[in-house]
Design a protein around this ligand. Structure first.
Ligand code: SF4
Length: 401
């Protein structure tokens, strides 16, 4: 039977729970969102994603209570809400799925932000489990090919050490053939994701980026599993069959992570104003070119390139160009830029992106909020801002004819 989104979201948690309840020898790892999951999958390790779990807690309205638990433990409200929710969930032993099964070890890559490095240090101490760190150098704008190659070599060296660590931990031998198969499948799944997002190029679009936010969990956490592939294959077929259309008068781009507890509300507000958010950098960054054409003769080099190629590991110029390219490809009329208090790394290109988009004749609105923390969400102000902004775009469109 084909897996539903709910099945997929629950699968790793249920599997991990089963491991803990049955006393199985299978291992559980908690990992950061752009880690070498393919290698862990090749060793049969069950992977849980604290960031994804934090988004789930926020969407299910449990985020606030868990963030406050972490704050009472001594961590500032200024820190990433994913971190606070995860720590709060560990301390309070609470989550919408009961509680997160304890990991045997943690895996942290530094390619998304510096926060995770400290986050996993704290987690390792609180949970009393080892942490395997993979240091991924920042891919700054204008880097020379020679330097880039040295970075790839440096990450690949660490992946070889990671494999030694996993061989010791699991008692299994590294099997390159299995890893090759996983990487090939991961590329096919990413291709399906790209094809699904591309449906929004149609005018009017049959899907919105808010739909894609709710479908994106598996592309982050299950890209390497066969269930992830099956899910997107089915979703794509369904979407192609339905041929539904939104009633869009305006097409918008969204930058940054979604505001998870307000996903449905915001989507309804925008739809009510005739605006469709048809593309976002956040859903699109999981279908970037780095995930395609893996060199299966050298899977570790391929994974090193993918880790370095993570969207948030790129210089600001590369990220801005990527965002503007999406605006053009999806024919948008304006940009919504979420200035996300939690994610400083993501938000630091917002002002420059606004300036550059405006030079191209695309108006932008900065929305100050947080991906999970509703204490930074001013509903009335955001709604007012949206109404005024959409009026400006509409009149601009009318003048253009
Ligand atoms: S700071 Fe940003 S990239 Fe880092 S964990 Fe939080 S949301 Fe993710």
């Amino acid at each position: 039977m084909n897996p539903t989104l709910k099945d997929l979201a629950m699968k790793p948690y249920l599997e991990a729970k089963e491991i803990r309840d049955s006393g199985s020898e299978k291992l559980i790892a908690w990992i950061t969102s752009d880690s070498p999951h393919a290698i862990l999958e090749a060793f049969g390790v069950v992977c849980l994603y604290p960031e994804n779990h934090a988004a789930l807690c926020a969407a299910r309205k449990m985020g606030q209570e868990l963030q406050e638990a972490a704050e009472q433990y001594g961590f500032s409200q200024d820190l990433c809400s994913y971190f606070r929710i995860n720590l709060g969930s560990v301390i309070a032993e609470k989550s919408p799925i009961g509680s997160l099964p304890k990991p045997d070890f943690l895996v942290c890559t530094s390619n998304i932000c510096d926060t995770v490095v400290k986050w996993y240090q704290v987690l390792g101490k609180v949970l009393k489990v080892p942490v395997f760190y993979i240091d991924v150098p920042f891919n700054q704008d204008g880097i020379s090919q020679e330097r880039k190659y040295r970075h790839i070599f440096y990450v690949k060296y660490q992946l070889n050490q990671f494999i030694e660590f996993l061989q010791d931990a699991t008692g299994k031998k590294y099997n390159m053939f299995i890893l090759q198969k996983i990487l090939a499948r991961s590329e096919q799944t990413t291709r399906l994701w790209r094809e699904i997002l591309a449906l929004a190029k149609e005018v009017p679009s049959p899907i919105t980026a808010f739909d894609a936010f709710s479908w994106m969990g598996p592309i982050v956490t299950q890209r390497v599993t066969k269930e992830g592939f099956q899910y997107y294959e089915l979703l794509k077929n369904d979407l192609m069959r339905k041929n539904s259309q939104t009633r869009e008068k305006l097409r918008l781009f969204w930058d940054n992570i979604a505001i998870w507890p307000k996903l449905r509300d915001l989507s309804d507000v925008l739809a009510g104003m005739g605006a469709s958010v048809v593309v976002s950098s956040y859903t699109s960054c999981w279908q970037r070119n780095e995930f395609f054409n893996p060199d299966l003769d050298d899977p570790l080099e391929t994974i090193s390139r993918q880790l370095i190629g993570d969207f948030l590991n790129q210089g600001s110029e590369a990220r801005i160009k990527y965002a503007l390219g999406l605006c053009q490809e999806f024919s948008v009329d304006g940009l919504l830029l979420h200035s996300n208090r939690s994610c400083k790394n993501y938000s630091n290109t917002g002002l420059e992106l606004k300036k550059r988009a405006e030079k191209l004749g695309l108006p932008s609105l900065i929305i100050e909020a947080d991906q999970c923390d509703l204490r930074f969400y001013d509903e009335a102000k955001i709604k007012r801002g949206l109404e005024e902004f959409l009026e400006i775009i509409k009149s601009k469109k009318e003048v253009k004819g």
